[in-house]
Design a protein around this ligand. Structure first.
Ligand SMILES: [Zn+2]
Ligand SMILES: [Zn+2]
Length: 109
């Protein structure tokens, strides 16, 4: 409950011309912005489970491993692991061909 700074009457919520929520005095018409953060409900987009996470930063030294590129047949690839959110699943391995930069996921587990 908010009370008017000017006359002490009860203030009621209303929406001003900028579509902002504010309080207005029922007695003298004094208005006051609602302080604090408004709770905004957002639909957080969940990323698809099988989305390939590509590490774009070339500065990070990535370990190489022997892996056969399905695109060009190169036998060496960088690899990294991404921990899934579910604790009961292991980390998912990804590979990126050192030659053609093709990136793929290790489905073999
Ligand atoms: Zn007032
Ligand atoms: Zn390749």
């Amino acid at each position: 409950m908010e009370f008017c700074d000017k006359c002490g009457a009860m203030m009621v919520p209303f929406t001003d011309e900028d579509n902002k929520r504010a309080l207005k005095c029922r007695s003298c018409g004094h208005t006051k912005a609602i302080e604090g953060k408004l709770t905004v409900s957002q639909n957080v987009e969940k990323s698809p489970k099988d989305k390939i996470v590509i590490v774009e930063d070339e500065e990070i030294p990535m370990p190489k491993t022997a892996a056969s590129c399905p695109e060009c047949g190169n036998n060496e690839a960088y690899y990294w692991t991404v921990q899934t959110r579910r604790g009961d699943e292991g980390a998912t391995e990804f590979y990126r061909c050192t030659k053609c930069k093709h990136t793929w996921r290790n489905y073999g587990g």
